[in-house]
Design a protein around this ligand. Sequence first.
Ligand code: SAM
Length: 286
Amino acid sequence: MSSDDGLPPLREVIAELGLSARKALGQNFLFDLNLTRRIAREAGPLAGRTVIEVGPGPGGLTRALLTEGAARVVAVERDQRCLPALERIVAAYPDRLSVVAADALAVSEADFLRPGARALVVANLPYNVATPLLVKWLTARTWPPWYESLTLMFQREVAERIVAKPSTPAYGRLSVISQWRTAPRILFDVHRSAFTPPPKVTSSVVRFDLLAAPRGDAAPEMIERVTAAAFGQRRKMLRSSLKSLGPFSDALIADAELDPTVRAEDVAVEGFAALARGLAARTARS
Ligand code: SAM
């Protein structure tokens, strides 16, 4: 399909640059302009906004974000082989695209923004670092964070864990960390045949909007610790699974007004926030 940005079709760019997809970098490229533009629109409105994109690859989604009106895109790409393709997009959109050649897990995104400015994050994430990146963003120390929303492509199974409700099989750490401060929702599925090369499973685009207030005040590192302990042994009762947090675990459960015989999968997000507050208080005391 031809594009209306004057740039050559992506398949041609890839062939010319000899950009074979690398599995180790989670490279599954999108060439369908209708699809990339749909993702860009769902992340919007983009007019006047700065977008941070992780893993632009040869730039399919990047081009859609620019066509759909983003004022500025900062694209963080680890694979140096993609840089020549991205430089061509920089030339086609003067002053609107900056490419950062780096590992997205290691960058501090706020450094790319004007002080106080907030970005939209949009990405077709590499599946092998999708979860650590999401956790990095959701556990930002400063809240509200440097972003206003996240619109991200995941494997369907990960998306289902993100939006899962308590007492369902997919409910776990990722559900609690996601739903504590944001409202995640699955926008649509993307069949594996839309990617080159096709991954093994269906993907889903998920949008996370910030909640007006978190579902319970707590420090992110404490939420991480209590959910790791509780879901590390998800079939056990809380009174057993939380023992690893310290000798005060029974008191922690009582203070949070939780039943010690319930399992982690039956505890609501607010319950984990209460446990996290208690853990912070007891850690500070000891
Ligand atoms: N956005 C492109 C698209 O939709 O066609 C490519 C998406 S592909 C699923 C993931 C991209 O993330 C690849 O270009 C890969 O090189 C890049 N990537 C993988 N690990 C990365 C990391 N740690 N930091 C930045 N980019 C990474």
